[in-house]
Design a protein around this ligand. Structure first.
Ligand SMILES: [Zn+2]
Length: 195
């Protein structure tokens, strides 16, 4: 079996081009899938007429391996309305898998190992060096707040996206990088200071 985790996605070259200077923001995701191989299978799926699909630029496993699947100068489809100026970083984590949209599965139980978070910080610091226009960081859940009907109860609406979720250690990460957090952490700090 070939190890395709170390290679760009087959449609990388079909994704729209951009200048590195267009990049301003990192968006943190979790895969909400059982393992990195399944994430690759999902990433490779074609969803658009352009022959491309949905994926982040980087994937970090629980064992702290970092893979790049899309080049920085390509626009990946990873977050609604914010793709053109952002880089998507996906953390291997089960999230709500496999019942993402059931009312009784809306708590994220899968912890982020310390090694995975350290690998994330290493990647962020590297990207900050490579991309001087990079200023902001946030979570997918903070950019996509849409609600959808749950699968099991049409009366109950749930969050379409919850990643990276409450178990993601924002404070640990923010202490080690110099990007501005425009997501839930910023909101918490603002609320706290208003008291
Ligand atoms: Zn996401």
């Amino acid at each position: 079996m070939t190890d395709n985790l170390n290679t760009l996605l087959p449609y990388n070259h079909k994704l729209a081009n951009r200048s590195i200077n267009d990049i301003q923001m990192l968006v943190i995701h979790c895969t909400e899938l059982p393992d990195i191989k399944t994430a690759r299978t999902y990433g490779e799926k074609v969803h658009y007429n352009s022959g491309t699909g949905n994926s982040g630029h980087y994937y970090i496993t629980k064992q702290a391996k970092t893979y790049q699947w899309v080049e920085n100068n390509r626009i990946a489809h990873h977050v609604k309305d914010h793709n053109s100026n952002s880089i998507g970083i996906e953390l291997d984590n089960q999230g709500r898998y496999p019942h993402w949209h059931m009312t009784n599965q809306q708590i994220m139980h899968d912890k982020y190992p310390q090694a995975q978070i350290e690998a994330l910080v290493t990647l962020i610091l590297k990207l900050q060096q490579q991309i001087p226009t990079l200023k902001y960081i946030t979570g997918h859940e903070d950019l996509d707040t849409r609600l959808i009907k749950s699968e099991n109860d049409p009366e109950v609406y749930i969050r379409r996206k919850m990643d990276p979720g409450k178990l993601f250690p924002w404070e640990t990460v923010m202490q080690q990088i110099t990007l501005i957090n425009i997501g839930s952490l910023a909101t918490q700090v603002a609320k706290g200071s208003g008291k």
